[in-house]
Design a protein around this ligand. Sequence first.
Ligand code: SAH
Length: 227
Amino acid sequence: MHEQKEESNGVSTPNFESIYHGEAPWDIGHPQKEYIQLEQAGEIVGSVLDVGCGTGDNALYLAEQGHDVWGIDFAPAAIQKAQESAAQRHLPVTFRVLNVLELRTLGRKFDTVIDSGLFHWLNIEERSLFIDNLAAVIRPRGTYFMLCCSELTRNPDISKVKDFLPDFDKLTEGLPEFKDGAYHVTQAQIKELFQDGWHINYIRQATLEARLELGEFHGWLSSISKE
Ligand code: SAH
């Protein structure tokens, strides 16, 4: 049940588990600056669920700031690293291996859900299923923060991305929005997907930090509350 899918709509998704046995391009070893700023601005409230938490830098940072935090990811290698970091830093974060399309099985609700670079890996069909599951784990008026790559992304050097993701060509085949090294999530897509049962507080231009050699990616930071 926790296995990563190999094929969806004829398109292969990257094998995240194997990426975590090497160096993941997004695994920067510290929290994303957009999430530090949100926390400092007081926008992150109460209990937090980090969806697609990877090795847990954002989750651990928010736990350090006093939040009750859970993190889930379907890559066991990422969750293992996250659990090791939590133990080393004596932070009581609950990390679990779980597919975000099965979030509702968590059986609890959070005040805030954060997403740093997860949503742009979901295809159109999965996005709706994910949002249904999201609604099940977020309390009314709770907020989902999404940091995703935008259509403005033009990666300066695709060959470097390919070095990190050897199956790049295969995984981007047939995905119209996957161009120039990143999924292109548009503001219009976000607005359409969250039109029923949600309130979009803002969609701001933002940057996603990556490993130094890759630089930064243009993104959207969205704040979306459940009605
Ligand atoms: N949030 C982390 C990782 C971002 S990379 C960070 O900011 O560093 C995207 C993450 O989403 C990867 O760890 C990948 O394993 C995870 N992921 C992708 N699809 C998923 C799914 N369907 N269910 C759970 N995790 C998923």
